[in-house]
Structures are given as structure tokens and as C-alpha cells.
Write a protein that binds this ligand. Structure first.
Ligand SMILES: [Zn+2]
Length: 53
């Protein structure tokens, strides 16, 4: 399960493995699955992360 947080009226979805936040739940879930399995980040996924949290 990814973590949901509220930021400036927007809902962000946070990967609990690496802590990156995404506007799209789909990407957060992908990130978390990847992080759990490979213990590293995939650039294809992390480029969708929201950096200014
Ligand atoms: Zn992650």
C-alpha cells in the first residue's frame, strides 16, 4: 500500500520504500513494487515523481 498525503490541496501518493511522492497513484504503486523487488530506483519511474514536497 502506498501512503496518501495532502499537499496544498492535492493528494500525493508516497512510495513507502524510497519516500518519493507521485501525483499519480499508478506510478507510486509501480515505484513501490520496483523498490521492494530491486532495492533501487528505476529512472523511468522516478522521473514522474513530485520533487517539491
Ligand atoms: Zn520507490
Amino acid at each position: 500500500m502506498v501512503k496518501e498525503i495532502e499537499k496544498q490541496g492535492k493528494t500525493l501518493y508516497v512510495c513507502e520504500e524510497c519516500g518519493l511522492a507521485y501525483e499519480d497513484k499508478h506510478w507510486a504503486e509501480k515505484c513501490q513494487q520496483w523498490c521492494k523487488q530491486y532495492q533501487s530506483c528505476d529512472l523511468e519511474i522516478t522521473q514522474h515523481a513530485v520533487l517539491d514536497q
